[in-house]
Design a protein around this ligand. Structure first.
Ligand code: FES
Ligand code: FES
Length: 166
């Protein structure tokens, strides 16, 4: 397959770039679009560090050939904050000391975002299940799970008060 132009919407912005058949979504994000927030760990689909949302679903971007997803909507960790205001999940990770070395954090946060989008009030077991593909080499999973539960609570409170104000 020859080099192809791939069009993606990344964090709400239309992007076009040239991709070889072997160019993964992970490499395209980091090396062609300059979005370094998505981390490369194993590059074999086993660690979850490279997790992004593809049309709303979490995927390991190191296993997705960019040429196969022309026209897709991608969300990365760079798209979560609203200017200086972090997302609920980002702020909860920060407040709950859940970042540790931080290498796995973007992938964890994207898996958490996907979970909260489909389940705003998850149990601890559901959080554990949602991040089961994300390996944290620091193995400090307890603060990560607490931060995601905290983020869910913050988001429910915030969206509840926004609805009440309408
Ligand atoms: S870098 Fe993609 S799963 Fe490890
Ligand atoms: S915070 Fe260090 S690998 Fe997860």
């Amino acid at each position: 397959m020859p080099v192809r132009i791939v069009n993606l919407k990344v964090n709400g912005v239309d992007q076009a770039f040239m991709a070889k058949p072997e160019t993964t979504l992970l490499l395209a994000l980091r090396e062609q679009l300059g979005l370094m927030g998505t981390k490369r760990g194993c590059a074999q689909g086993a660690c979850g560090s490279c997790t992004v949302l593809l049309d709303g679903a979490p995927v390991v971007s190191c296993l997705v050939p960019a040429v196969t997803i022309d026209g897709a909507d991608i969300a990365t960790v760079e798209g979560l904050a609203d200017g200086p205001v972090l997302s609920d999940v980002q702020q909860a990770f920060l407040d709950g000391f859940a970042t540790q070395c931080g290498f796995c954090t973007p992938g964890m946060i994207m898996s958490a975002e996907a979970l909260l989008a489909r389940n705003p009030d998850p149990t601890s077991d559901e959080v554990n299940e949602a991040i089961s593909g994300n390996v944290c080499r620091c193995t400090g999973y307890a603060p990560i799970v607490s931060a995601i539960l905290d983020a869910a609570q913050r988001r429910r409170r915030r969206t509840g008060s926004e609805e009440a104000a309408l």
